[in-house]
Write a protein that binds this ligand. Structure first.
Ligand code: FE2
Ligand code: FE2
Length: 361
């Protein structure tokens, strides 16, 4: 089967199946790594040698605390990845992974501030029911939906940059077109999220200027592919799963209407990212494959965390997850989807698609 179709099916299956039992370790204090070639899980000592010191978003693994549990398998039924309970420390408090796919600048995600304006809030038939909300919960929902809206707004810029990159790398029209469509999706997501944020805040909220000072375009295909792994294959896949979990718990009709569209679109964006990376390996060959493998290894060997500002205790009815729920979703995404999908992508035969046309790196 076409590996991209397989990856897409896996992503959609996981989306449709949430919540499922299955991942043996369901909290974020878990880290995963590839299994041995024969499908055995590496020893605790080997896992420690491989993973200690790694991490993402300021979280660093200090110890591996137990045996590995098989967490993914290939189409032949061979175990491809194992997850281990780990102890980590937050070496950079306040530095968290961000939701979705914001534009990445030299110093991290580029996010706009807010202004008081109704220019982005999409007019909806009905807003969320805020009448019965305690004041404090309503304020926290306003903050969380504003953070989500700003992340969606920043994703518009991220896809605009990807479009320019794809053109620079002579990518096929299908990828350019799908990327532009994804950018338009993000405008819609941002508008719906700003509408919700405004309703909870009781005042219009819109994005201010996006700070692009010092921002540069360009780079090589390997770096582009690695960035697409981090921001798209990992970031958008996790976003899609978080949105699906949020939709499962949401009861407010206005919130559900917004999340239904976001869930559908984010699953498509995640699949697009995997398709983009596959194409990059296809035309770029070994250097790109190595960069992709490195990006997956770096990102998936440490705990991944959702954006803290978007999480609200007691916020399920209004589409916001609690910290523990979000961590469970992220851990499952790593164990059951990202590690096996990355293994499948990287296991494609060397030189596949070599006739597709090489480009200068
Ligand atoms: Fe989005
Ligand atoms: Fe997206």
């Amino acid at each position: 089967m076409d590996p991209v179709a397989l990856l897409k099916r896996r992503i959609l299956l996981v989306l449709a199946a949430l919540p499922l039992a299955g991942c043996a370790v369901t909290h974020a204090e878990v880290a995963c790594m590839p299994a041995e070639e024969d499908g055995a899980c590496p020893s605790v000592e080997a896992a420690e040698a491989d993973m200690v010191g790694d991490g993402l978003c300021g979280d660093e693994i200090r110890t591996v605390d137990g045996e590995g549990t098989p967490s993914g398998e290939d189409t032949a039924g061979t175990v491809t990845s194992c997850c281990y309970p780990v102890t980590y420390v937050d070496t950079k408090p306040g530095m968290e992974c961000i939701e979705g796919r914001p534009l990445q600048g030299a110093r991290g995600p580029v996010i706009a501030g807010t202004v008081t304006s109704g220019s982005w809030a999409q007019a909806a038939a009905a807003g969320p029911d805020v009448a019965a909300l305690p004041t404090e919960l309503r304020a926290r929902l306003a903050t969380a939906w504003t953070a989500a809206a700003l992340a969606e707004h920043a994703s518009v810029a991220a896809f605009a940059k990807v479009t320019l990159d794809l053109l620079a790398f002579a990518a096929p029209a299908e990828l350019v077109s799908a990327t532009q469509a994804a950018g338009a999706d993000e405008v819609r997501h941002a508008r719906r999220a700003f509408a919700l944020a405004s309703a909870y805040a009781g005042a219009p909220v819109a994005p201010g200027p996006l700070p692009l000072d010092g921002f540069t375009l360009g780079g090589d295909l390997a770096a582009f592919a690695a960035a697409t792994v981090r921001e798209g294959c990992i970031g958008e896949t996790i976003s899609a799963l978080l949105a699906a979990e949020a939709l499962a718990g949401a009861t407010d009709p206005a919130v559900r209407a917004a999340l239904e569209g976001i869930v559908r679109d984010e699953a498509r964006h995640a699949a697009l990212a995997w398709r983009t990376v596959r194409w990059a390996i296809q035309v770029g060959g070994a250097p790109v494959r190595a960069a992709v493998a490195g990006a997956f290894a770096d990102a998936l060997s440490g705990p991944l965390y959702p954006q803290a500002e978007g999480l609200v205790a007691g916020g399920n009815a209004h589409g916001r997850l609690e910290v523990a729920q979000a961590k469970r979703v992220v851990a499952r995404a790593v164990c059951e989807l990202l590690v096996p999908c990355a293994a499948a992508l990287l296991a494609e035969p060397a030189g596949f698609g070599a006739d597709a046309g090489r480009i200068a790196l």
